[in-house]
Design a protein around this ligand. Structure first.
Ligand SMILES: [Fe+2]
Ligand SMILES: [Fe+2]
Length: 195
């Protein structure tokens, strides 16, 4: 079989869906490479800062690594702005969605909301509410999100910091991405709660 025969999914057969599943598994195996490509594109993302978004991401991930953070957190920092390219109005959510199967609920939550927490450092200069993060003050991970932005985001625009290159994080990324949890509603419905 090279392709399925159906033109409407409702007409597909078990054999066809097994065939597609196998191709999907092979495609999923290329995820680390696609993520690395996407990170490289951040080099041409938002301008005006003293370093580009790829360097910012590498600086944050390097700081996380040198602080002794676990692999999941290092990769979360590395990917936290990967949505700047395609999701300029919801970049936090995009990064969180990509990371979701591979990180704890806590890290997922931090990344999903890091944009709001990051506003603390600049929103008052642009007519916004720097304290918008307080809408989450009763969340158990509130302080963790504050710490994330303070330690691995707002301070990572230094052109003199000696960040590790992207290749340094390649094996860490592959390690983290090799163990997806089934925690997305669609995936749970499909595979059961296997984690
Ligand atoms: Fe961000
Ligand atoms: Fe950032």
């Amino acid at each position: 079989m090279k392709t399925v025969n159906f033109t409407r999914m409702e007409d597909g057969t078990r054999e066809e869906y097994e065939f597609l599943d196998q191709l999907e598994d092979e495609y999923k195996a290329g995820l680390p490479d696609r993520i690395l490509d996407s990170l490289r594109k951040l080099e041409h993302s938002l301008s005006g800062y003293r370093i580009n978004r790829l360097e910012h991401s590498l600086q944050g991930a390097t700081r996380a690594f040198r602080a002794g953070e676990a692999d999941e957190m290092i990769i979360a920092v590395l990917l936290h702005d990967i949505g700047d390219d395609l999701a300029p109005y919801s970049h936090s959510e995009m990064a969180a969605a990509i990371l979701r199967p591979f990180v704890s609920e806590k890290i997922y939550w931090i990344i999903k909301h890091h944009g709001v927490f990051q506003m603390y450092y600049y929103a008052h200069h642009c007519g916004g509410d720097r304290n918008a993060r307080e809408m989450f003050k009763d969340n158990p991970w509130y302080q963790d999100a504050i710490d994330f932005c303070h330690d691995y985001d707002q301070n990572c625009f230094d052109p003199d910091y000696d960040s590790e290159p992207l290749e340094f994080f390649d094996p860490v990324l592959r390690r983290v991405l090799s163990q997806p949890r089934i925690n997305d509603p669609e995936q749970v419905a499909r595979y059961g709660n296997a984690s």
